[in-house]
Design a protein around this ligand. Structure first.
Ligand code: PLP
Length: 395
């Protein structure tokens, strides 16, 4: 891929956690569905059969890679929809099952907005639904004893992300599932594995969960494609009704190209996971150590032993992250200064706040996220440019 901005500086893309560049093999696999294979996969002629075959092949591959049965895979238009379907779907079914009873959803306090806002909206819209948040420690790891205190027979859903999007901290999902089974046996467990999936074998890292969200564009696949794995026996109310697609769990004509893109990207990630985790983890260490050494008054948001290999989240004291993002962009370095709202402005980080990072430190926080296209040259350029940019802003 030509990674130069025309007429501009060389592109150093360190924002894979926001969206990873599409993999060539994904583009190739999706191409026929933009042109030759255009039938409606629910139809009855040869074009429809070709589309349906591709869709079901993609479903088989996604299921195999996530260690699920094909009928447990629900294709969605990305991670946000998968999260919303898990939250509203489980809570909607629970409220119908036991009308009038309290229905509790327990989440971590550091979930992505797609989960937190869905929980908030569900508690506003669905009668009797109450949302409880469980805090994290200073590395962003879930407080399991507080989780245990929140679990009882009223809990219908426990939702804890497998890895955090801002700081990259991986959560102990095995413990979350074990606690839920013993203290809230009626509850189902959902994990948002959108950030974890490029790095972790989700079935190993989140054993026994009932619902799993993934998104293609974090894996080098297309935007607007994802899936929710729904274990057999999990009651789920559909968000979209209409044509009855996805076994009545998600109506709407399928995005066949998106499903093929998701399956191809997941397969590529699974094939490369071990070598890429080692390669990218070493580059991330080089970047983090280099910046910690070269820049005064910088701290790492979380201990690296808890963090995904691609994440490097640093807090530069006395720097405005928005200004630093702009300055780095001018030098061709793409990073993220935290969650942006629809207007593009950066919002205060609820994740850093939950970890106890003081607001003046959090306001200088930058996420460098490395991934499948990152090279040693990218790290070298960042190490050459970032210290000077920080000094300029502080100066
Ligand atoms: N969950 C997490 C942890 C994410 O990082 C994101 C995207 O940033 C999402 C959900 C939303 O996924 P999508 O962009 O596919 O809607």
């Amino acid at each position: 891929m030509d990674r130069r901005t025309p007429g501009g500086p060389p592109l150093t893309y360190l924002d894979h956690a926001a969206s990873a560049p599409m993999r060539d093999e994904v583009v190739e696999a999706m191409a026929p569905f933009a042109a030759r294979v255009f039938g409606h996969p629910s139809g009855h002629h040869r074009q429809a059969r070709a589309a349906r075959q591709a869709l079901e092949d993609a479903r088989d591959r996604v299921a195999e890679l996530l260690e699920a049965a094909p009928r447990e895979v629900v294709f969605t238009c990305g991670g946000t929809e998968a999260d919303n379907l898990a939250v509203f779907g489980v809570l909607g079914a629970a409220v119908q099952r036991r009308p009038g009873d309290a229905t509790v959803v327990v989440s971590s306090s550091v979930e992505h907005a797609a989960v937190l806002e869905a929980c908030r909206a569900a508690s506003a819209r669905l009668h009797g639904v109450v949302h409880q948040r469980v805090g994290v420690d200073s590395h962003g790891v879930l407080d399991l004893s507080r989780l245990a205190q929140s679990l009882d027979d009223d809990v219908a859903l426990v939702t804890v992300m497998l890895a955090n999007n801002e700081v990259g901290t991986v959560q102990p999902l095995g413990d979350v599932v074990a606690l839920t089974r013993s203290l809230a046996p009626q509850a189902v467990v959902h994990t948002d594995a959108v950030q974890a999936a490029p790095w972790l074998d989700v079935a190993r890292a989140a054993p026994g969960v009932d619902l799993v969200s993934v998104s293609a564009h974090k894996l080098g696949g297309p935007k607007g494609a994802g899936a929710l794995v729904v274990r057999e026996g999990t009651e789920l109310e559909a968000l979209f009704v209409g044509g009855g697609q996805e076994r009545e769990r998600r109506a709407g004509t399928h995005d066949v190209a998106g499903a093929v893109g998701l399956a191809t990207a997941l397969a590529a990630v699974a094939r490369e996971r071990e070598s890429e985790s080692a390669r990218v983890g070493a580059l991330r260490d080089q970047l983090a150590d280099g910046l910690l050494h070269a820049v005064p008054a910088v701290t790492e948001a979380a201990d690296r032993k808890f963090v995904l290999p691609g994440h490097c989240h640093l807090c530069f004291a006395g720097v405005d992250r928005e200004e630093l993002v702009v300055l780095l962009d001018e030098a061709g370095i793409c990073v993220s200064g935290g969650a942006a709202c629809a207007s593009g402005a950066l919002e205060p980080s609820h994740v850093l706040a939950a970890m106890g990072v003081p607001a003046p430190i959090a306001s200088g926080s930058i996420r460098f996220s490395l991934g499948h296209t990152t090279t040693a040259d990218d790290v070298e350029r960042a190490l050459a440019v970032v210290p000077e940019a920080v000094a300029r802003l502080r100066g």
